[in-house]
Ligand binder design. Structure first.
Ligand code: SF4
Length: 150
């Protein structure tokens, strides 16, 4: 069993009320091989919602209290992101899952590269908060782009 970002399976959980549909991820769910999670919804954020980015850091910095996550209106949403990451980890543990395929670039789900906190579309190296928490707890985490390329 694998954890997957819900928006990749076609759920309209994205900040703008849409999805990031990926037919291969949807197939994993249809075949009973994957469980969907949306850390931002599970942390209590509404959908649609203002887009959010990690400022002055990456997911690990947020987990360690060294950085925060703000939305495009400047509101601090860090606590909800941390809650969503913990809830996602909880789902993974409940199902004894050790692998996740997560949406690239997201401040929650991004793996390897995320938006840099300037709301300008620029990327920086690092993981989102949920991806980082899963990695720190022994999960293998890849993006849908890496999965589709296999
Ligand atoms: S938090 Fe993750 S699952 Fe939820 S919409 Fe964003 S990228 Fe998709």
């Amino acid at each position: 069993m694998i954890l997957v970002s819900a928006c990749l399976a076609g759920l309209d959980s994205k900040y703008n009320g849409k999805s990031n549909y990926n037919e291969y991820i949807e197939r994993l769910v249809r075949e009973g091989k994957a469980i969907m999670v949306c850390p931002e919804q599970m942390g209590g954020l509404p959908t649609p919602r203002d887009s959010c980015e990690i400022v002055c850091g990456v997911g690990g910095d947020v987990l360690e209290g060294k950085s925060k996550i703000i939305d495009s209106k400047g509101q601090n949403q860090t606590e909800k992101f941390l809650k969503g990451a913990e809830e996602t980890l909880k789902v993974g543990r409940l199902y004894n899952i050790k692998k996740a395929i997560l949406k690239s670039k997201s401040p929650s789900c991004g793996v390897g590269k995320i938006y840099d906190g300037t709301f300008s579309g620029k990327l920086t190296e690092g993981n989102g908060v949920t991806a980082e928490l899963l990695v720190r707890n022994g999960f293998e985490v890849i993006t849908e782009e890496e999965f589709s390329a296999k």
